[in-house]
Design a protein around this ligand. Structure first.
Ligand code: EPU
Length: 443
């Protein structure tokens, strides 16, 4: 496991502009909402663009804080990152002159660690901050480091940094993960594209964002193929070329809006929807009694009959794809507060993902938290507006859903966490008829 010694200097994150959402709940949402590009696909695509000196162009990029952090991290390395129009980014990595990813980047965003694989394989060395230090919570990256070593990298850990070298080029090899890891799979895959010889990654993550990355790499000239549902094989190439790519739509954002329609007993059509990428959630919703209709790139969610037939309770368990995404567990819990009976929730991926249920309880939900992985939600309950604080991105979006369903006014502090991953979330809800206001904290 990654060493989590304290860092060698005192690090104080930059202050962020704190904002508040003020939401008056109880209004059914109606209308159409466009789903944005996927955060978790886009961050890896921008990193993949450093595998070539040629220009890469991305469209359907979400305008969110994490993308801005990744763009700035790349610029600090000497990469040219242009933002010629909304939702469009261009990346040219011809003159990378500073192979150092600092703690500031890791502290803002764990996903900065995705730069390990591409920079190491293209330039033969990189120094990159461990995002797993005490100050940022326990976020291990041991599986990423082991994967690089399996490809011939020499990696030392000193003072909070990984010093990684590839003597000559990386060598293709067998990467065997003891458990499924999304970013570990992506890091290994990016590194293998420029390694000498053949690489097999198994078990490889099956998330749609991994396949979006494969599609882009293939357009860059890489030889990458998913040869079995959980196996990816790569034949290393000497160099890759620039390419264009439209980022896949965000299945987590889509799921969040689908649940928003349901908890407010509304009727919403998702446009530009990643149909087929969030079926685990849609099946649970169907089982609970929400009417779902799928088109080629639309999903219609109709919960207007819920007053006559209350939602049925459901037991849910998070799993790697194609199971229910851990990122959709918090919003699904909001829906379960509106279901009739006891619903059991099992979180298998992360240890801290049930903590936010304490805030939901303050809004009137009846929830027993048995341990870090299990909770029971009893419903239906009428939620009511209170003052709550957002602790992280997914919990933040879920508190917004709870507030939309609640009686009265909810004030949600810490809105900046939500801007990390959801494009114009307040505007999108306003357009669906919600009463939501965003202001600076203290005004
Ligand atoms: N793990 C290790 N060691 C490692 C890597 C992971 O022990 O080196 C453990 C993790 O602690 C976790 C499990 O393995 O218990 C799975 O983690 P995974 O590596 O799959 O997560 P990730 O790749 O770091 C991505 C998303 C997360 C999403 C998870 C699971 C990005 C940037 N992040 O994280 O998204 O929850 O996969 O699907 O792609 C979010 O968007 O809010 C978010 C947290």
């Amino acid at each position: 496991m990654a060493d989590a010694r304290p860092f060698h200097w005192e690090f104080t994150p930059e202050p962020v502009a704190r904002e508040v959402f003020r939401i008056e709940g109880g209004r059914p949402l109606h209308g159409t909402v466009a789903v944005s590009g996927s955060k978790n696909a886009d961050l890896k695509l921008l990193a993949a663009a450093t595998l070539t000196g040629e220009r890469c162009r991305f469209t359907n990029v979400p305008e969110i804080e994490d993308v801005r952090v990744m763009a700035d991290t790349l610029r600090d390395l000497g990469v040219v990152v242009d933002h010629p129009a909304p939702n469009v980014y261009e990346v040219a990595s011809g003159d990378v002159d500073w192979l150092f990813v600092p703690l500031e980047a890791a502290a803002k965003m764990r996903a900065s660690f995705i730069l390990l694989g591409p920079l190491l394989t293209r330039f033969g060395r990189v120094i990159i901050s461990n995002p797993g230090g005490d100050r940022i919570g326990r976020r291990p990256v041991n599986l990423h480091v082991d994967a690089m070593r399996a490809l011939g990298a020499e990696i030392e850990y000193r003072n909070g940094y990984y010093f990684a070298k590839a003597p000559g080029r990386l060598r293709g090899g067998r990467v065997t993960f003891p458990q499924i890891t999304v970013m570990g799979t992506e890091n290994a895959m990016l590194a293998a594209t420029l390694a000498v010889g053949h690489t097999v990654i198994e078990p490889a993550a099956e998330e749609p964002e991994v396949d979006d990355l494969i599609a882009f790499l293939v357009d860059m000239g890489a030889e990458v193929e998913r040869t079995a549902p959980n196996r990816i094989e790569i034949e290393g190439r000497r160099r890759l070329r620039g390419a264009q790519h439209t980022v896949v739509s965000d299945r987590i954002e889509a799921g969040t809006f689908a649940i928003a329609a349901a908890v407010t007993r509304g009727h919403v059509t998702l446009r530009n929807a990643p149909v087929g990428h969030f079926d685990a959630l849609l099946s649970i919703m169907t089982e609970m009694g929400v009417k779902i209709s799928r088109g080629s790139d639309t999903v219609e969610v109709d919960a207007t009959a819920a007053d006559l037939h209350p939602f049925k309770c459901a037991d849910i368990e998070t799993q790697p794809y194609p199971g229910l995404a851990t990122d959709l567990q918090p919003p699904t819990c909001v829906l379960l507060t509106q279901a009739d009976g006891a619903s059991h929730v099992t979180e298998t991926i992360f240890e801290d993902r049930l903590e936010w249920l304490g805030e939901l309880r303050r809004m009137g939900a009846t929830i027993e938290i048995a341990d870090k992985h299990h909770a029971t939600i009893h419903g239906p309950t009428r939620l009511h507006g209170v003052d709550v604080e957002i602790g992280d991105l997914r919990a933040g979006a879920s508190l917004i859903l709870a507030a939309l369903a609640a009686d009265g006014v909810t004030t949600i502090r810490g809105a900046h966490h939500v801007h990390r991953g959801y494009e114009k979330i307040d505007t999108k809800f306003l357009e669906l008829g919600a009463r939501i206001e965003r202001t600076a904290e203290g005004t």
